[in-house]
Write a protein that binds this ligand. Structure first.
Ligand code: CA
Length: 243
């Protein structure tokens, strides 16, 4: 199973949301919570997710309207709908609007887990498995990364940091963006954990770059954060002063 898949749980019942976060976290997923469509929209703008769990009855914009808006904007993110047992109409509308599967409340956690895993498998089967930027490739189904075809020996969290950089290749991303994407709500902005992981990642990435003929792949952008370089500098002897 994809041990490090990222899930967004959109649920306004705080106790249920907390239970889902804990259970899914223990099952090996990175989980972020959003108590409203508005909060979910902000999370989706910041991070890449593999799956969204969506309660249909939310304060403010309801789940079906939110889902309709996402699908209209072209979002292909798999969505598992959570709905009340007495609302068949709501459920049918949810599936018509672009939900991929559903569960009625109350549900057994094991069943939720089975459906989450099935949706993630279906997504991988649909061929969205390999992310590439420059000479880095990440097989998101096998949770493995290579540089120029050479395997990188990365821990799950290191792979998640690299995946975030690859998804934002060529763009400067802040430490907090990386921290929140990889550690979710557990991220402490005052810690130096992102720097520690970036440094380890740099070492491992440069280790397979032998002889080191190219400038480092992960550059520090002063005042901003980090960026995964996607283009080699022009061959004029002047590297850009980003590092
Ligand atoms: Ca609700």
């Amino acid at each position: 199973m994809p041990a490090a898949a990222r899930l967004l749980v959109v649920e306004d019942e705080a106790k249920l949301a907390a239970n889902l976060k804990r259970g899914l976290g223990e099952a090996g997923f990175a989980v972020d919570l959003a108590p409203s469509a508005e909060a979910a929209r902000q999370s989706l703008a910041r991070n890449g997710y593999d799956l969204m769990l969506l309660d249909l009855r939310l304060p403010g914009q309801d789940g079906i309207e939110f889902l309709a808006e996402l699908r209209a904007a072209g979002a292909v993110l798999p969505v598992l709908i959570l709905t009340a047992r007495d609302s068949t109409d709501e459920l049918v509308r949810g599936l018509d609007t672009g939900g991929d599967d559903y569960l009625t409340k109350p549900f057994a956690f094991n069943e939720l887990l089975a459906r989450v895993r099935a949706l993630l498998r279906r997504r991988r089967a649909a061929g969205q498995a390999v992310l590439e930027a420059g000479d880095i490739a990440i097989d998101t189904a096998r949770r493995a990364a290579t540089r120029s075809g050479r395997a990188l020996d990365l821990s799950p969290k290191e792979l998640m940091v690299l995946e975030f950089l690859v998804r934002h290749a060529g763009l400067a991303v802040t430490r907090d963006m990386i921290g929140e994407a990889v550690w979710g709500a557990d991220y402490n902005a005052l810690s130096n954990i992102v720097e520690v992981f970036i440094n380890r990642l740099r070492q491992k990435i440069e280790l397979v770059n032998q002889p080191p003929s190219q400038p480092p792949l992960i550059v520090t952008v002063r005042g901003a954060g980090y960026m995964l370089r996607v283009e080699l500098p022009a061959n004029d002897g002047k590297a850009k002063g980003l590092n």
